[in-house]
Design a protein. Structure first.
Lengths: 344, 348
């Protein structure tokens, strides 16, 4: 692998493999720290010592119960959903060479959310396993439709057409979702908070059901790192290097569907993680997707953990949906990107 | 070029303008269709009333059923009237926006003005629950104005791509929606479903007081929009040409934008965000009467009103007895139409 040197604040250092590996390990350590922080902090003040004993010597007290049944699942879910969404966003951005893409903006999350709302409307929340299946279906169908419509626009699948097609689909799908919620007061009550994007009160059994999909999605994504890097150089370059681009795109799409669909089915549509995190990672790492994807997973997990802690503490004892936090941070970033990266 | 214009000149007042020849016929037919739609809409409901009886009741003539006057005049007629007026306001606003941005894809919803207006209105409801009814349009107006200013600052370069406007609008839309969710969560609005219906854009439960609070705005703004429309024709030719023709471009554009924002504010405050009417109505209007704004604005206004009335009718009949808000219907039709326009705009 070629060595790349660059200067950062007057300090030259080489971006080499050992350094990247160390960085990744450090990132994982920070992530674990955030995980602990997320378990320890919250509306109920619980000292760290009790957190430890809750996990090792459970004695049924209220604090221990809070730790075990509320905060631990929630933090784990936040960690994994953050990682999944960030990797999905990085994949989409790499595949489509579009810095403005993420599963939320392209309407994929709205599609998954609509599918879940339809399921709850038709069958009630008793059938949890149906959530994930329908969410995948919703994501897949939306992805296909966005792809199709964007290809029909001027110039084919340009970043602009993709983003605008995604935005229009987002409006369509979210208004359909609102329509169904109005049709059924019961559905609304059950999923109002979820629909804003939240890891609060999440069901651990649902999470365990969906966990394999996320893990598979992540593994597939990491395995595609080299191919995505080549694809990022351009379709023709990749083909010239002997890559079967259709296969790569299809596999990456499957991974995106798994990751985004699972995330939405557990935590509702949380936007902008897939947009912001890949940009942050690319700023430090460059364009090698073999490293971008794992880093995106770690940084995404940290991002959502921190956002969730903020959502809990900002207006304590009340709680913000974490989707609101990510939107407030991410949307200005999106506007900045739209201004500067969109060619006239 | 034998297009045929109707020239209207007045000796008494210093008024003169040209209308495309098709305009009077189109307006008249639209009027007939609107009356039919209103009669149908008013007749629809738990107690169906035949359209002829509806017309009789409105005119005050006696009908077979003594309950009709109450049902029609107190319950249903104001609702349909509000739907029509809101549609008029939104359509004119959209026409103006498309004119000033020279972007056929512009629409108050897409560039985030609707979301800004509803955010301001929800904030007012949450922070000052006892605010009087007339304060709502004012706060919605200020919300839409803030968004319009942001759009102007962030996206509106001379000669910039229309797509950039839309993308920035999407971003502002998302921020406004997130903040609205924040407000609703923070404010513990007891009847969340009621707020949701309003946010989805609905004329449910509108009574005469909503009509009277909306009407003054329209009475002032619609003639103003019509007068300013004459300048829109010049503005549409490009800034330099317009200046050469003697237009005071910045002033006019600013005034037009304010008018558009005020119309949005009034409409959103009354019936929530009804999306895409401001996109579809001008386009259909242009198909019918061409792009000259003297004719386009009245035509688009009537089409807009018709769209909302029909959407309300559909919303009430599709899943009867459950009511879908008309905003959901217009969004369901409007978003695919927007996509169609996007695809069709390949040569933009």
């Amino acid at each position: 692998m070629a060595r790349q040197n660059y200067q950062l604040i007057g300090v030259r250092f080489a971006r080499s493999q050992p350094l990247l590996l160390i960085g990744l390990v450090l990132g994982i350590l920070v992530m674990l720290l955030c995980l602990v922080a997320s378990i320890a902090w919250g509306a109920a003040e619980i000292p760290i010592g009790k957190v430890y004993t809750a996990l090792t010597a459970f004695d049924g007290s209220a604090d221990h119960l809070i730790i075990r049944t509320v905060r631990l699942p929630r933090s784990l879910i936040a960690m994994l959903v953050g990682a999944a969404l960030a990797v999905a966003g990085a994949l989409i951005q790499g595949l489509t060479r579009n810095p403005l893409a993420d599963p939320g903006i392209l309407g994929l999350e709205a599609g998954a959310a609509l599918a879940v709302v339809v399921v709850v409307f038709l069958f009630g929340t008793s059938s949890l396993s149906a959530y994930a299946g329908f969410a995948f279906l919703g994501t897949a169908v939306t992805a296909a439709v966005v792809y199709l419509i964007a290809s029909l626009g001027r110039g084919g699948l340009t970043p602009m057409n993709l983003t605008v097609a995604g935005a229009a689909l987002y409006y369509l799908l979210s208004s359909l979702t609102t329509g169904i919620l109005i049709l059924s007061q019961q559905t609304l009550d059950e999923i109002r908070f979820w629909l804003a994007g939240s890891v609060a009160g999440t069901d651990f059994t649902l999470f365990l059901q969906v966990l394999p999909y996320i893990v598979v999605g992540l593994i597939v994504a990491f395995a595609l790192g080299r191919q995505i890097t080549a694809l990022n150089l351009g379709e023709d370059v990749a083909k010239g290097l002997g890559q079967r681009t259709a296969w790569v795109k299809a596999t990456a799409a499957v991974s995106v569907v798994l990751l985004a669909g699972s995330s939405v089915s557990i935590a509702g549509p949380i936007g902008f993680i897939g947009l912001v995190v890949p940009h942050i990672v690319r700023f430090f790492i460059g364009l090698d997707y073999r490293w971008i994807l794992p880093y995106a997973a770690v940084v995404g997990a940290i991002f959502l953990l921190v956002a969730d802690i903020g959502a809990r503490l900002l207006i304590a004892p009340q709680e913000l949906p974490v989707g609101v936090m990510t939107a407030i941070v991410g949307a200005p970033f999106f506007i900045y990107l739209a201004r500067n990266k969109v060619k006239r | 070029m034998n297009k045929g214009w109707l020239v209207i000149r007045s000796r008494a007042l210093p008024v003169s303008f040209r209308l495309d020849r098709r305009v009077p016929a189109v307006l008249f037919s639209l009027l007939l269709v609107t009356l039919a739609a209103v009669a149908l809409n008013v007749g629809q409901g738990e107690y169906p009333i035949p359209p002829l009886d509806v017309l009789k009741t409105i005119l005050g003539l006696p009908t077979s059923n003594p309950d009709y006057p109450f049902i029609v005049n107190t319950l249903r007629l104001p609702r349909t009237l509000v739907a029509y007026l809101v549609g008029v306001g939104l359509a004119i606003s959209g026409t103006i926006l498309q004119g000033i941005t020279r972007n056929p894809l512009a629409d108050p919803e897409i560039i985030g003005m609707n979301a800004g207006a509803s955010l301001a209105a929800v904030t007012l409801i949450v922070l000052v629950p006892s605010a009087p009814l007339f304060a709502l349009p004012l706060s919605a107006f200020s919300g839409a104005l803030v968004v319009a200013l942001l759009i102007y600052l962030l996206a509106w370069d001379r000669g910039s791509s229309p797509i950039r406007l839309i993308l920035v609008g999407v971003g502002l839309n998302l921020i406004a929606r997130a903040l609205t969710t924040l407000m609703i969560t923070f404010g513990e609005i007891n009847n969340v479903s009621q707020a949701l219906v309003w946010l989805a854009g609905s004329v449910y439960g509108c009574r005469w007081e909503q009509v009277w609070s909306l009407l003054p705005w329209l009475i002032i703004l619609v003639p103003l929009a019509f007068v300013l429309a004459l300048q829109l024709n010049a503005l549409n030719l490009g800034d330099d040409v317009a200046r050469g023709l003697g237009s005071r471009v910045e002033w006019q554009r600013g005034l037009l934008l304010l008018t558009s924002v005020a119309l949005i504010g009034a409409s959103v405050a009354t019936a929530g965000t009804i999306a895409f009417v401001g996109l579809i109505a001008p386009h259909l209007g242009r198909q019918l009467v061409g792009s000259t704004h003297e004719g386009l604005i009245p035509t688009a206004a009537m089409i807009g009103g018709l769209i909302v009335v029909v959407a309300d009718l559909l919303g009430r009949t599709l899943f009867a007895p459950i009511e879908l808000p008309c905003g959901a219907i217009t969004a369901t039709i409007g978003a695919p139409y927007f996509l169609y326009l996007l695809v069709r705009n390949r040569n933009e």
